[in-house]
Ligand binder design. Structure first.
Ligand code: ATP
Ligand code: MG
Length: 578
């Protein structure tokens, strides 16, 4: 099923023209004016290895790698690993895997922790220039001294220590003489600056913690803000692109660069991607994992790249989406339906069709000879004739969806009901005649008759039926577990919570339903993890990595219903740039 979007302003497919023009123009301008001499354009993607990548990161990755590529430049992957307490090798490995899955390859693999020595040397340099000092105030006191947006901060009583004393204290902090939290090194900038980041920010803290790469070599660690800009500079990053919340930090990064007299990377900010019905804060995602609200970072309900992938989302669709969204200077929450729309579009083109019955109801065709079987030819993908056809077995006993039969049909119900004739997809016309019930009165079998002349799904007398339903031959069916995933949160804005409530109070309690005995056509016996299908009339599904030949497991990627077209119509008023 393809939903046509009239007047859509969304470019489709990988050839879509991205609209992140202000980034492109800035780089083009810098090339023209030789701002960085003849240096090649160098970008980087700089994750903190404290969680898995999510769909928001896909946007940053696509911008960092995409723009460098457009300008014949290069992109590093750099882990900004300055916080040993929250970082792990597991995250480093997962991040690398996800970037490659998305289809990008970095020039150099870098770590901020490789620069710890250099950063320390630079700290000494700033102290010697009278631009940094060791502060003995506690974290709380520093916070109290910082002031607010409307009030200036207050100088620390330790602000005017001598260079010698500062050098001595920093050296002793480094050699492990002092306990965690007892002292920090601060930049000496301006406690009255309107930008709070410039009010003598902390550069180093004491932390007796083991780092995932440097082990116990250090017990002082640079703050992210002291490491990030200089790491860019060390790598000769020409254009350091990041999300908007870093705009207020740019003057600080610039201050360090200017005062150290080092390579002047140019930071440019773009909007942070967000979606309805999910959260993209690593802290919240970690909480979901730690509290076991999901099975892990790659739970198919998670907005992480590994979760989306396990759910059956494709790198192509995610790339097409973030490319079409482009970059802007305003944060917008995108409708999750847009992501789903891109994915349906991609799967509609590539997913092989199959018949699967999720909630089986037995159908017996009384006038079909017992013991007989035949094969009907079915197209593997009507959108792609090169996908070929396959033979699907048909016999006297079949499964259909429980939903496709009503003993007492409501108005406009055209599917199977007593006396009503419907088409079994690619096979025959059948008419329901009677039902068999179990002890509690539930219909467990529907007895039908078929019209042998309607083979292939059309009757020679031109008789019309109003409904076509899918089916699986019961003797040939294979069983599978099917995991039906729904949105993780019940509210479009999960942060819309009552007093004292956490975002997790908006978790959707029905985001996973497991069907243990779905019936599949036999061609699905030979599937492998990540294979993707459209189960006709039901939705898009992929093979989970838990799947094994003796116990197949499928994940529902998406149902077939595309609600994006409706939203687009309701909100665009005829096509603004969404
Ligand atoms: P969190 O704040 O949830 O911990 P983060 O944004 O700090 O996440 P990083 O690992 O620091 O995560 O991000 C790496 C890069 O990805 C940064 O340059 C950041 O600007 C960018 N990025 C992160 N989230 C988004 C998003 N939702 N949209 C666009 N870019 C993002
Ligand atoms: Mg960050």
């Amino acid at each position: 099923m393809t939903i046509e979007i009239p007047d859509s302003s969304i470019p489709q497919g990988p050839e879509a023209q991205p609209v992140n023009s202000f980034l492109r123009e800035q780089i083009a301008e810098d090339v023209r004016t030789k701002k960085f001499g003849d240096a090649v354009i160098q970008t980087r993607f700089p994750p903190e290895p404290n969680g898995y990548l999510h769909i928001g990161h896909a946007k940053a990755i696509s911008i960092d790698f995409g723009l460098a590529d457009e300008f014949g430049g290069k992109t590093n992957l750099r882990f900004d690993d300055t916080n040993p307490e929250k970082e792990e090798q597991e995250y480093v490995d997962a991040i690398m895997e996800d970037i490659r899955w998305l289809g990008f390859e970095w020039e150099r693999l870098c770590y901020a922790s490789d620069y710890f020595g250099q950063l320390y040397e630079w700290a000494l340099q700033l102290i010697k220039a009278g631009k940094a000092y060791v502060d003995d105030l506690t974290a709380d006191e520093i916070r109290q001294h910082r002031g607010t947006l409307t009030e200036p901060g207050k100088d620390s009583p330790y602000r005017n220590r001598s260079v010698e004393e500062n050098l001595d204290l920093l050296q002793r902090m480094k050699s492990g003489e002092f306990p965690d939290g007892s002292r920090v090194l601060r930049a000496k900038i301006d406690m009255a600056s309107p930008n709070l980041n410039m009010r003598d920010p902390v550069m180093y803290r004491i932390l007796h913690a083991t780092h995932h790469r440097t082990g116990d070599a250090w017990c002082i660690y640079p703050m992210y803000d002291y490491a990030h800009g200089q790491s860019d500079s060390i790598e000769k990053v020409t254009h350091s692109m990041c999300s908007l919340e870093f705009a207020d930090h740019q003057p600080l990064y610039r201050w360090f660069i200017d005062n150290l007299g080092i390579f002047p990377s140019q930071q440019i900010e773009f909007d942070r991607l967000n979606f309805t019905y999910t959260v993209l804060s690593k802290r919240k995602l970690l909480q979901l994992v730690q509290e076991r609200r999901v099975s892990g970072w790659d739970d198919p309900r998670m907005p992480t790249l590994s979760g989306l992938r396990r759910r059956g989302f494709t790198a192509e669709a995610i790339r097409a989406l973030v490319t079409s969204l482009g970059a802007s200077r305003t944060n917008v929450v995108q409708d999750i339906e847009l992501l789903e729309h891109f994915q349906r579009d991609d799967l509609n083109r590539r997913a092989r069709r199959a018949m699967a019955v999720l909630h089986p109801l037995k159908v017996i065709i009384d006038n079909y000879p017992a013991g007989q079987e035949e094969f009907v030819e079915v197209a593997n993908n009507p959108e792609d004739s090169s996908a070929g056809t396959r033979q699907v077995p048909f016999s006297r006993e079949l499964y259909i969806e429980q939903d496709d039969f009503r003993e007492v049909p409501p108005a406009k119900y055209y599917r199977l009901s007593p006396g009503k004739e419907v088409r079994l997809r690619n096979a025959y016309f059948v008419t329901a005649r009677s039902v068999v019930r179990d002890a509690t009165g539930n219909v467990v079998e529907v007895h039908c008759t078929y019209d042998p002349a309607s083979r292939g799904g059309n009757s020679p007398d031109g008789r019309k039926v109003k409904s076509t339903i899918h089916w699986v031959s019961s003797a040939h069916a294979i069983s599978a577990e099917v995991r039906l995933y729904d949105r993780l949160f019940t509210k479009a804005d999960p942060y819309d919570v009552g007093e004292g409530e956490d975002v997790l109070s908006n978790l959707n309690p029905n985001s996973l339903e497991i069907l243990s005995d779905a019936k599949l056509e036999p061609s699905l016996a030979e599937v492998k993890a990540e294979d993707q299908f459209q189960f006709e009339r039901v939705g898009y599904f992929c093979v989970d990595r838990d799947s094994a030949p003796e116990k197949l497991v499928f994940n529902r990627t998406l149902s077939l219903k595309d609600s994006w077209a409706k939203i687009e119509k309701a909100t665009s008023g005829g096509g603004d740039a969404r």
